[in-house]
Design a protein around this ligand. Structure first.
Ligand code: ADP
Ligand code: MG
Length: 291
């Protein structure tokens, strides 16, 4: 019978780490026309590493730039912050104490260090308070064009240095996107990262991209995609809860935390991008059995 087919579809998925919250969610998944992916922690492993450090101020060194950034990022749980703190630990750079640490979501982390305001910011946000100069702008653009994310370290009103990080795509990401395409489903990457970095990673994976999105912009993009048919949003389930909730179906990826499964309609537990295509194929097979 119909409930039996759905129950066996749900069970078959669960055995492969594809968890779906019920028959209604399983049915929508098979009809999805577009899958929107968060970049960081979803298409990539979410563990960026520092690749380049560049001192800009005359009195700055690579080590002092790293130390200043790490002190500020000590109060943040952002993947960029973890990358900078990991590198400071590896290089044995001590962290100065800070006051008034605060995050500016999607833009920067800020704190007071030795009486001065220090900002670790996206180049776009940095440009609101400092002039970088054309030589530095060119260096930043080149780093971004190779898929790296660059942050500017600003002390007071001066840019003291830049730090680049790179977050590698998951091993199966390109193949997983290709599998989706074979099912006739459009894939798009939504990211808060800058346009050049987003485009570099998206083109490695064969995806369209919308970059420089603030959290509320991701909701607007999902609403626009819905005009073309049902939309699935795939995210790590923590920062992406509103986007997961606003899609026709939210799919949590990464480790299978309880929090992720709470907001999402489905979860893929094995950190494989290809599991999204597998989920759609499972749904279609199950619905096919019913009709
Ligand atoms: P994503 O959508 O890729 O997860 P976010 O919205 O988290 O990106 O962040 C967007 C951008 O904001 C980052 O690429 C970075 O430039 C800047 N940013 C956010 N948080 C921090 C931080 N703690 N330190 C430095 N830069 C940050
Ligand atoms: Mg994110």
């Amino acid at each position: 019978s119909t409930p039996a087919a759905i129950a066996s579809g749900l069970a078959a998925g669960a055995r492969r780490g594809l968890l779906v919250k019920g028959g209604a969610a399983l049915e929508i998944i098979g009809r999805v026309r577009t899958v929107a992916f968060d970049k960081t922690g979803t298409l990539t492993a979410g563990r960026p590493r520092v690749t380049d450090i560049l001192a800009l101020a005359p009195d700055a060194s690579d080590r002092s730039v790293l130390g200043l950034a790490a002190a500020v990022e000590n109060g943040s749980s952002h993947p960029i912050a973890r990358a900078i703190l990991d590198r400071a630990t590896e290089d044995g750079v001590p962290l100065r104490p800070t006051r008034d640490a605060r995050a500016i979501p999607g833009k920067a982390m800020q704190a007071t260090v030795m009486g001065q305001t220090v900002l670790v910011a996206s180049p776009r946000h940095a440009a609101e308070s400092v002039r970088l100069g054309s030589a530095t702008e060119r260096v930043v653009a080149d780093l971004e064009a190779s898929g790296k994310t660059v942050v500017i370290v600003i002390r007071g009103t001066e840019a003291v240095g830049t730090i680049a990080v790179r977050d590698e795509p998951r091993a199966d990401a390109a193949a997983g996107i290709a599998a989706l395409r074979k099912l006739g489903v459009r894939g798009v990457m939504l990211t808060g990262d800058n346009r050049r970095t987003g485009e570099a990673v998206a083109s490695e994976l064969g995806l369209n991209v919308k970059a420089e999105l603030l959290p509320q912009d991701k909701l607007a993009e999902i609403a626009a995609l819905k005009a073309m048919g049902p939309v699935a949003m795939v995210g790590d389930g923590i920062n992406d809860a509103p986007a997961l909730a606003s899609a026709n179906v939210g799919i949590a990826m990464g480790g299978g935390t309880d929090a992720a499964l709470e907001t999402a309609d489905a979860a893929v537990l094995n950190d494989r991008v290809g599991d999204v295509a597998a989920l759609i194929a499972l749904s279609r097979a199950t619905l096919g059995n019913i009709r």
